[in-house]
Design a protein around this ligand. Structure first.
Ligand code: C5P
Length: 233
């Protein structure tokens, strides 16, 4: 059965780690703002899906003016909150039309592919909650806060979590009906705390989260490689 999917794209962060005044969701990659690229990829992958973008109140006007200069798929805008948790909740609460699944996407992951979106939708339709993951490539050490002593972590048991994280609408709404806790670093952690199981599907190493200035160079290079691949097809 065809699933009705709604999309919440969170871009409510202030982008402090980027080290400059322009929040990372508005930085230009491949000739387009990060957020424009993210919105348009979802619109292409999920034709007709309702898309809500969550922004800080202070950035609404800037976004309005920026979006007017690019081709951006139809979307609505709502005001975010203090933490990502509050921004997601505001986006979910604004979805009044019926939908079967809700996809939550970091606005700062503009390289998300249509294939990854569709794959995660299919996994969520089957399991009720789906999260894309990739294998870590670095080694990890766990450091004791007080002594500073460290020990190796078994990398084979770790996965790096990405977005979109996609859930049955009733599961996500029920899970977000709680008080904020600092453990909630993503949506899967909120859904799991509410007692639901989360299925993992294959992520994509190119689906990077633009967090620091270096990430913009990596994103440019990945986009160029993608364009070359498309031309060869
Ligand atoms: O801060 P972090 O890297 O976890 O941000 C992930 C995503 O959550 C970003 O797209 C950011 O804009 C968004 N976010 C938000 N509201 C906040 C904090 C972060 O929508 N208060």
């Amino acid at each position: 059965m065809e699933q009705r999917v709604a999309v919440v794209i969170v871009a409510g962060g202030s982008g402090r780690r980027m080290g400059d005044a322009l929040p990372k969701q508005f930085a230009i990659v491949g000739g387009e703002p990060v957020l424009v690229r993210t919105i348009n990829t979802f619109a292409r992958a999920l034709c007709g899906a309702k898309i809500v973008v969550v922004l800080p109140a202070s950035q609404m006007e800037y976004w309005h003016n920026l979006a007017a200069r690019f081709r951006v798929a139809r979307h609505s805008v709502v005001e975010g909150g203090v933490e990502r948790f509050h921004s997601v909740r505001a986006g979910v609460e604004s979805l009044t039309e019926g939908c079967d699944l809700i996809a939550v996407q970091d606005g700062v992951r503009p390289l998300v592919s249509e294939e990854l979106i569709v794959r995660t939708v299919e996994c969520a339709a089957q399991h009720g909650a789906a999260v894309p993951v990739v294998l870590p490539v670095d080694s990890f050490r766990q450091v004791a806060e007080e002594s500073g002593e460290s020990c190796i972590v078994n990398r084979s048991q770790l996965r790096v979590v990405q977005t979109p994280q996609i859930f049955a609408a009733d599961i996500l709404r029920a899970a977000y009906d709680v008080e904020y806790s600092p453990e909630f670093t993503d949506d899967a952690s909120v859904v799991e705390r509410a007692g639901f199981k989360v299925a993992l599907c294959e992520g994509d190493r190119r689906n990077i989260k633009i967090t620091t200035p270096e990430d913009l160079y990596i994103a440019e290079a990945l986009l160029e490689a993608r364009r070359d691949e498309e031309q060869m097809r």
